[in-house]
Design a protein around this ligand. Structure first.
Ligand SMILES: N[C@@H](CCC(=O)N[C@@H](CS)C(=O)NCC(=O)O)C(=O)O
Length: 204
């Protein structure tokens, strides 16, 4: 069975949502970053030598790492769930473009706020970077319901996960009404609520 290595509320929520949206059977194993061990007793550095979540165990010998790759693998296990356009189509490359943008331009600036060594100047720069990206994303999501159009894809689960971190860093999304309504729309999805409940992020 697939196993997702995760930490509550971390970027691993994105593949967690994708697994539930795809209706796949999977188990969860929580990673303790301080000890780099998992709840099931595995040495996490042997699972992912990079030391971070998410990681997806596919079988005894195979672990997939890096969120954008993992969510596409999940989507491809159940094409009928329409979580990603078919491989080889221009729409698939566009989805990969969104995942790359979210990974490098939105995810990364958040990392500064969770880095205890980051000083106030670094945090101010990261906040400015997020603001630029939010302005752009707010424009993109004005007039359409999801990043790639009118259907939910793994890129939307990733953006939802990232936007959820604004409450941890005291960033008010009120100036970005289309982003706020996107968060509300994605939150309504049963798979999203199930994933958040399983991670203890909302009450069950
Ligand atoms: N490039 C990786 C980044 C993953 C990442 O930043 N993971 C964070 C949580 S959101 C993490 O595990 N941090 C703990 C650590 O690095 O010790 C990906 O996109 O999958």
């Amino acid at each position: 069975m697939l196993k997702l290595y995760f930490a509550p509320g971390a970027c691993s929520l994105s593949p967690h949502i994708a697994l539930r949206e795809a209706g796949l059977a999977f188990e969860l194993d929580r990673v303790d970053f301080a000890t780099k061990t998992t709840a099931a007793g595995e040495n996490f550095l042997a699972v992912n030598p990079r030391g971070y979540v998410p990681a997806l165990r596919i079988d005894a010998a195979t672990v997939l790492i890096e969120g954008p790759a993992i969510v596409q693998y999940i989507a491809d296990q159940n094409p009928a769930s329409n979580l990603a356009p078919a491989n080889g189509t221009i729409a698939r490359y566009q989805l990969q473009g969104w995942l790359a943008f979210l990974n490098s331009e939105v995810h990364k600036p958040f990392g500064t706020f969770f880095n205890p060594k980051a000083d106030d100047a670094a945090k101010a720069n990261a906040r400015d970077a997020l603001t630029r990206r939010f302005e752009y994303l707010n424009g993109e999501l004005t007039g359409r319901t999801h990043l790639t159009g009118e259907t939910f894809t793994v890129a939307d689960g990733y953006l939802f996960t990232l936007l959820g971190w604004t409450k941890y860093i005291g960033y008010d999304l009120a100036p970005f009404p289309s982003l706020q309504s996107f968060v509300g729309r994605v939150f309504e999805r049963p798979a999203v609520q199930a994933a958040m409940k399983a991670e203890g992020l909302i009450k069950g």
